[in-house]
Design a protein around this ligand. Sequence first.
Ligand code: ZN
Length: 271
Amino acid sequence: MRLTGYRVTNESLILTVTLLVLGAVILLLSGPTLFLAPVMVVFMLVVAYYMNQAQHQQLIRTAVPVSEQRSPRLARIFDTCVARLQPGRVRGYVVPSRERNAYTFGISDPKVIVVYSSLLEIMDEDEIAFIIGHELGHVALGHALLNTLIGGMAGVPVSLGVAVVMTFAFRSWNRACEFSSDRAGLLACGSLNKAVTALVKLVAGDVNTQAELQYALAMIDAEDDNPANVLANALSTHPMIIKRINELRKYAATPEYKRLLAQADQQGGRV
Ligand SMILES: [Zn+2]
């Protein structure tokens, strides 16, 4: 059974507001020629579709598909996470890169999950399960589809004022999606400690000892106290890491988490 009960409560509300803002923008831009609004929506969707195709073609040129033959360990982690979360049809790719990143995209099935190779070098199996589970969460909750469409729309030239309003609206929805997907990552790996170290490694790189972890956490915590970061946070698609860690800690203590974790264990076993 598909797990979706971990979606944060205000995510849908923020999306509704975001779509209302988008609708208002379309109406405003169409102005007196209101009948053009549907034409504009179709145009945006077509742009989104072609950008998605182009992105996929480029990916296939550089990335290695996750498969039993080429990466048995990763394939096993990937399959376990899919069995635990049941997100629908997905395909995994590894991109050779020094960057620490992972992302999801796709309009049609299978949706695509991309993991950068450097993460696989510094993370253990449970931490990789958190990263993959996070991306599977984006797929299961429909973020992958919406993000690809919205990403395509972002490619449509609009005036500066409109761009600012849309940026704030979409980014606040993006951040709600990150919290939901972090919960999916936690459900995939089944360990709060591993979820936290995965998030720390995402920003701090390789962390080997408990002392290094404490130091990295203290640095990440200090970032939260800096007032300059409030605006940066409002403009970012991703919440600050310390917020993500704190939200996960709160969620891990809820009975709802324990119920969904038991269901995931039953569906897919542990990594
Ligand atoms: Zn994400």
